[in-house]
Design a protein around this ligand. Sequence first.
Ligand code: FAD
Length: 436
Amino acid sequence: RCFCKLQGEVDDCSCKVESLDSLNNNKIYPILTSLLSRNYFRYFKVNLKKSCPFWSDDSRCALRDCHVNVCQKDEVPIKIPDVDTHSEKHERNKYLKELNEGKQGFEERCAEERELGALDATISEEKKAEFQTWKEYDETLPLFCDIDDEHSNDMEYVDLLLNPERYTGYKGPSPRRIWRSIYEENCFKPEKNYGYGPDYGKDASIESSMCLEKRVFFRLISGLHTSINIHLCDKYLFPAKNGFGQSYWDHNLQEFQQRFDPALTHDQGPQRLKNLYFTYLIELRALAKAAPYLKQKGFYTGDNQEDEDVQKGVNDLLDIIRKFPDHFDESQLFKGNTKEMQQLKSEFVLHFRNISRIMDCVGCDKCKLWGKLQVLGMGTALKILFSGDSMGPDSIVKSQDKDFQLTRTEIVALFNAFGRLSSSIHAIETFRKLAS
Ligand code: FAD
C-alpha cells in the first residue's frame, strides 16, 4: 500500500479523505477541467510587474542576476540574494559548490530556469480587442472591493493554458525565503516543532498548541504548498534519455516520494497531503455557499453560445458541489463576539493579505503567476465564507445580496485555484497507481 493512500477524516472536519477522492476524481475533476479551458476562465488578468514590497533585492533578482551578471559569462554568480539564516547560508554554499563543481553548468541552468519560468505572453490582436468589450461590460458592474491594482496599466491578460503550472527549476534560496517568510512571519504556528523547515521534530503537532482558527490558517497555506509541489512532481521535466533526443515531461514518482513519503520527511508527508484535502474542502464549501450567486452571474465573453455553455457547465458543477453532504462548517470559526475574537479575525485577514503581497517577491514569473492566482482564489473563498448574514453548511450567498459582489478576476481565480487543488488530488491517484 502506497503511503499516499490516505484514509480517515480530514483534520478539523468530519469529512473522509476517501469520499473527497471519489467526489473529485469521478465527478468534479472532469467537469472542471473542461470548464477551465473555456475563454472566460483561461484568460487571467494579473499584474506581474509589481515590485516586491519586502526585500530590496526584489522578486526578479534571483533570475535577473543570473541572467545579466552571470549567464553571459562562465562564472559563479556574484549576487545571489542575501540570506540571513544558517540553513539558507548552507543552502547557498551548497548551490555555489555545485556550480563550481560544474555539476550542472551555470549557463545551462540559467537558460533552463529562464526558459521554464518564462511566460508565453502570446495573445492575438483579435483577442486583445475582445478583452476591451469584456472590460467595458465588467465596468458596468458594481464592485464590492477593488482588487489590488485592477485599474493599473500593468495589468495584463495571461493565457493560463499556454502557461501551465509545472516544474520550472525554481529552487534554492529564493523560494526558501518565500516559504520561510510565509510560515514564520505570516502564519500562525505552534511555539515549537510545528512541522515547517529544517528544525521540525518528530513530535510536531499543531493540535496541541493552537486554536481552531490558527490551525485552519496553517492548514490552508500548507495545503496550497502541497498542491504547488505536487504539480511540479506531476509535470516534471526529465533530461533526454541516455543523453539523446529531447527532454520530456512526465510524472516524477521519485520527486513525489522525496516530498511526501513519511520515511523521508520526518513523518510530515502524509499530514501535508491531508492538508491539501483540507484546503480543497474550504474552497469546495465557498463554491457551495456562492452557488446561488454564481448561477445568476452570467459568464460574459460576448459569444452567446459560448456564454450559455459555460453557464450550463458552471451550474452542473455547482449542483454536484451543493449536493455533497459533508461540507466544512465555517460557523465553527470566530465564535462569540469577544474582543479577543475580533482581534484574531483581524490578524487572520492581515496575515492573509501579507501573504498575497509576498507573491510579488516570487522570482520566477510562471510560479508568480500561479502563486498570485491561487492566493487570490483562496482569498476569494474566504471572502465568500465570511460574507452574508449567516454561516454554516446550509448558508448561501444570494444574488440579490447588495453588499456582496465578485469581480471577474476573483471568479476566474476562485475556479482556477479550485481547479489546481482538484488536479492535485487527481495527481495523487496517479502516483498511487505508479507506486503500486
Ligand atoms: P520547499 O517546497 O521549498 O519547502 C521549504 C520547506 O517547507 C521544506 O523544507 C519543508 O520543511 C517545508 N514544507 C514543504 N512542504 C510543506 C507543506 N506542504 N506544509 C508545510 N511545510 C512544508 N517550483 C516549480 O517547479 N514550479 C512552480 O510552479 C512553482 N511555484 C512556486 C510558487 C511559489 C509561490 C513558491 C514560493 C515556490 C514555487 N516553486 C515552484 C518552488 C517549489 O515550491 C519549491 O520551493 C522548490 O521546488 C524547492 O523545494 P524544496 O524541496 O527545497 O522545499
